[in-house]
Design a protein. Sequence first.
Length: 448
Amino acid sequence: MDRSASVGIVGAGLAGSEAALVCASRGIPVTLYEMRPLRMTPAHAGDLPAELVCSNSLKSDCMPSAHALLKKELELLRSPLLECAYSTRLKAGSALAVDRQAFSNAVLARLTGNPAVSIVRREIIEIGPEHPFWVLAAGPLISEALSAWIAGTVGAAALHFYDAIAPIVRADSLDSNKVFFASRWQEGTGDYGNCPFTEEEYGRFYAALVAADALTPRPFEEARFFEGCLPVEVIAGRGRDALRFGPLRPVGLIDPATGKRPFAVGQLRRENSNGDCYNMVGFQTRLRMSEQKRVFRMIPGMERAEFERFGSIHRNTYLNAPDVLSPDLSLRGRSNIFVAGQLCGNEGYTESIATGHFAALMLAARINGIPFSDIPQTCALGAMINKITLSRDDYFAPVGMNLSLFPPLDEDKKKIAKSQKKEAICTRALQDLSGWISHNNITSKPYQ
Ligand SMILES: Cc1cc2nc3c(=O)[nH]c(=O)nc-3n(C[C@H](O)[C@H](O)[C@H](O)COP(=O)(O)OP(=O)(O)OC[C@H]3O[C@@H](n4cnc5c(N)ncnc54)[C@H](O)[C@@H]3O)c2cc1C
């Protein structure tokens, strides 16, 4: 094997293990560096690769849904880790849940059984000249030394240490008799959806919010929130009117139904160009999902809101990807270094496998001198990479699979029923990805 084209991969987690096996399958020798068990993270329990640190579920594989679609696409790409997941699957309804120990052991067997992969137990503290190419897949709990090296390389402002994710709701689940569209002080084009509260409605909502059940942070997730990104329930905990002077401030907004300024206003910002999904402005939260559904549905106009994504806040080291990554997931200015997994700005187990796979494909194409055509944005993987690398949001939050990421359907399909829309998005995605795979001759080499 040509060692001059070797790749060093940092982290034998989900993304790093997937990237190692994909690179190896394309004839590229890989050294996979893993710091465990010499240095543990606060969440990992052992030294096996691809450890699932919390739930043992890779979410739904029941089509049509965004999560299931991503799995179908990884199947088309013949993802080695997805194969390991299916071979260690447990009964869990529509979820792809696995026996976590058996899953990690299956990944370990693939890695150790592949002559192109060497596993080295070492903490990487900086990226040096040992390999001409690198993949950084050190995860959300990356060691301090390496995260300091990254901050020094891309700039401290391009590295986040916590995520703060606000829920996304579907536009067609909002009550159009209550939600009015306007911008504060009539500035701009009136793109915000506004949920007007009366004083009584606000009082009920406030009481429910402060009493709602929030997730208890783990010891290493001690609350070090940025003032500008506080969980909505923490703001509420500062006093009855704190939200009315914060994310629910009504100033500059007149409800056309009453001709008056509401007592408080919840704002919804467009999440995608289709306008079929809205982000709840300032509603990053640690409430349990069931509580988010119950309490946020008390917001006027959101009584039947359907959530495309729930809010969350975690300790999570990740890059401000749109500022520092190219569409092939390599660092701008250091293009021999690719970034994958949670560190590149995705959120979730399957998503981490997916970006690990994609980074390895792009790296292999670079090394082999055969560039790929752009991945279609209509497929789940392409839509996610697009959001990660090209998002124009003011605050870049990690990207988990959801239907708001996909471009609109063709005009003739826009009027079809919601359930059929999901079906149409999935069908289009699989067709387009299959075309991309065969055009770029991607699965011609078998994985070991
Ligand atoms: C506490 C917690 C719970 C989570 N729960 C879920 C969940 O239930 N469901 C879900 O879908 N997602 C969850 N996530 C989010 C995410 O999906 C997982 O963190 C996922 O494991 C990320 O995959 P990864 O490959 O990017 O990182 P990891 O799987 O964490 O792999 C990174 C690897 O890099 C190693 N490493 C770090 N620094 C170095 C270094 N300097 N040198 C060498 N090795 C290094 C680590 O030891 C680790 O093995 C959770 C995240 C956290 C932090």
